[in-house]
Design a protein around this ligand. Sequence first.
Ligand code: MN
Length: 300
Amino acid sequence: MLLFSFSDVELKSTTKFIMVGMPLSATSTVKTQTHLGPEEIRKASLQFGEITETGFDIGQANLVDLGNISTLKNTKEDLKEDIQKIIEFLRNISPKKSQVLISLGGDHFITYPIMKFLSGLHDNLGIIVFDAHLDQYDIWDGTDRLSHCTVMRRILEIEPPFEMKMSYVGIRDHDLEEFQAVRNLALPVLRARSFSDENYLKILEDTLKKWKEQGIDRVYLSIDIDVLDPGIAPGTGYRMPGGLTFWNLWKCLRLIVMYFNVIGFDIVEVDPASDVNSITSMHAAKIIVELMALIMQEQE
Ligand SMILES: [Mn+2]
């Protein structure tokens, strides 16, 4: 199945968006079926009309959906191999700098191999993480260094060529260890609580302006669906109250796209097994469609 009935299946010189499904769930610390997320998100997209909220005809977006990486074994034992497989897959596609990579999760851990690959392709790169959680444990449960709880810590450890900037939006659930890690690194955090205040876009804009001054011109966006309120997106591993509305998220995305080139994004942690009437998959598909439209309208 493809995202939309009209997406291409082969890369062309005119391709703008390259979509890949990454059916990995073994790195979750709770029982989920997030490996089924990519197919459910694609299925949800088939219900949409072609005109986006900003009046863009999504059929004009030059999207290629390459399907899922079918060789992943998706077990903890084979994780290192799966990480390599994802990196190899992306290497074989060899996206151009002007193309936007869209990855469908899967567990949030997929962002680690993606960033390993992209950090070799781009410099002056920032990553903005939309999430209820910081995912900044060093080790989870005494031994586990590679899971969705540790993924952002591992991304910050990726070997230079450059120092990666990281910022968070929507945070509302973490432990002291994670909070201290983020504070020590002075990573900007826009908490979910701030969305009860009219000023939230101003707080985000201050971070974007600072990054711009520091020479960042491209960003990667990692969107954990649990950044949304579980009342509207219940199909995910950790349902934490107090999350964002769809429009809170959309306004943040629009602002970011006005400041930076988006070189890729992922939507992760959609768990069809705990979804209700596909509403979480619908939100994920809607975010993808609207973000593609914003990128086309602001960055062409
Ligand atoms: Mn999360």
